[in-house]
Design a protein around this ligand. Structure first.
Ligand code: NDP
Length: 301
């Protein structure tokens, strides 16, 4: 847990710190009975919840809550909270940074300077550019809309796909992911990791982006068929990709890492001290408000 959340919580509650949620069932019974709330950055299974008979609330650090057994929590009447909104701008900044990095080859250009190669020759022109691109945002929610606002300043075309058309947005809506992929050359995925998004970025969607296609994943690794992405990057079916999230992170397929047209980040979308503190603060405030008023600030259901 973020240290700011720990500090705030320790002033109001007695804290029991547990490194692995799996260890909860092994705690002494009186300790398990005493636990009324959880602040977590890890997955919480139905088994963990079952071991805590008086559990009322799980306050999760992060906006994505795919690692918590929501159905299990609901069934037991346990409230789950996340940390929406406070990270929108940071994640949107990181998304645009990753996109620029991918199309203009910036990481490799820096490595070139550091390796002393600029002394001998100019860095090669980037094959790709953001100019004249049309960007499709898969998941025009809180973060997707912050990405779109930034992209407006870059003068690119912007469209999106959600299951439902969002009201009052100035961007073209496409009713299916495949339809959108056929319409754009740049796809940014910022959907949650759910059964309905699992493996939806597949070979057909990537092929529809075309040979200048760029794919950016900021949402969840589970959304991407990584074998199909590997094949598409290898064969030139698409030009390049940038990933902040992976199916089995932090373990990344070595074959993916060997690709020259893939830029990787270690899930740092929201990872500034400023934003992580704001997220920690919201975790703590959710717990405090719940125990003071019986209402959480940002429940997920
Ligand atoms: P929101 O709930 O605000 O937005 C999610 C959007 O995805 C909605 O517009 C929703 O529209 C759309 N969506 C959901 N399911 C589907 C589907 N099956 N098909 C098409 N569209 C879908 O979430 P946020 O913007 O706050 O966050 C999005 C995700 O970003 C998080 O869940 C998390 O996984 C990820 N994230 C990653 C970070 C990082 O560090 N890389 C940091 C923060 C978040 P509709 O319901 O109409 O389909």
């Amino acid at each position: 847990m973020h240290e700011h959340a720990r500090d705030v919580l320790s002033r109001r509650f007695k804290l029991i710190e547990i490194d692995q949620a799996d260890a909860v069932p092994a705690l002494a019974e009186d300790q398990r009975r005493a636990i009324l709330g959880i602040a977590c950055r890890a997955g919480i299974s139905a088994e963990t919840m079952q071991a805590l008979p008086n559990l009322q609330i799980i306050a999760s650090f992060g906006v994505g809550y795919d690692m918590i057994d929501i159905a299990g929590a609901r069934a037991r009447g346990v409230v789950v909270t996340n940390t929406p909104d406070v990270l929108n701008e940071e994640v949107a900044d990181t998304s645009v940074g990753l996109l620029l990095n991918v199309v203009r080859d910036l990481s490799r250009a820096e490595a070139y300077v550091r390796a002393g190669q600029w002394e001998h020759a100019d860095y090669p022109l980037s094959r790709l550019t953001l100019r004249e691109r049309v960007v499709g945002i898969y998941g025009m929610g809180r973060i997707g809309q912050c990405i779109a606002r930034r992209l407006e300043a870059f003068g690119v075309g912007i469209c999106y796909h959600n299951r439902q058309e969002a009201p009052d947005l100035p961007y073209r809506y496409l009713a299916s992911l495949m339809e959108m992929a056929a319409h754009v050359d740049t796809l940014i995925s910022i959907v949650p990791g759910t059964p309905s998004t699992a493996l939806t970025i597949n070979g057909a969607v990537l092929a529809a982006l075309g040979p200048d296609g760029v794919f950016i994943n900021m949402g969840r690794g589970s959304v991407v068929d990584e074998a199909a992405l590997l094949a598409a990057l290898r064969s030139g079916t698409i030009a390049a990709a940038g990933l902040d999230v992976f199916a089995n992170e932090p373990h990344i397929d070595k074959e993916l890492l060997a690709l020259p047209n893939l830029t990787v980040l270690p899930h740092v979308g929201s990872a500034s001290q400023h934003t992580r503190r704001a997220m920690g603060d919201l975790v703590a405030r959710n717990l405090i408000t719940w125990f003071e008023t019986g209402r959480a600030l940002t429940p997920v259901y």
